[in-house]
Design a protein around this ligand. Structure first.
Ligand code: SF4
Length: 82
């Protein structure tokens, strides 16, 4: 359930008024993971992924982020909830 995910990244496809995330699910990862894995590897595969340490807040990212209007929307099978 993501009713409690607050986010202030306003150009994300899943961002909504009130600074809420409307993604059906999200994946938070290390920056290294986010930068090196293709868009299709995301929250839907979470149970198969290997956890890793980040060390600092700044070394984590939202892997589910995709810019509004990008042709990558939907590549990870994450959906936007109404
Ligand atoms: S998918 Fe990530 S970046 Fe996008 S609105 Fe949700 S939490 Fe923010």
């Amino acid at each position: 359930m993501n009713q409690h995910i607050h986010c202030i990244v306003s150009d994300c496809n899943y961002w909504n008024q009130g600074n809420m995330c409307k993604a059906s699910e999200i994946l938070v990862s290390t920056d290294d993971f986010g930068a090196s894995k293709p868009d299709r590897i995301d929250a839907i595969m979470a149970k198969q992924l290997t956890p890793a340490s980040a060390g600092t807040c700044m070394a984590t990212c939202c892997k589910t982020y995709v810019a509004k209007g990008s042709d990558k929307v939907g590549a990870d099978s994450v959906t936007r909830m109404s």
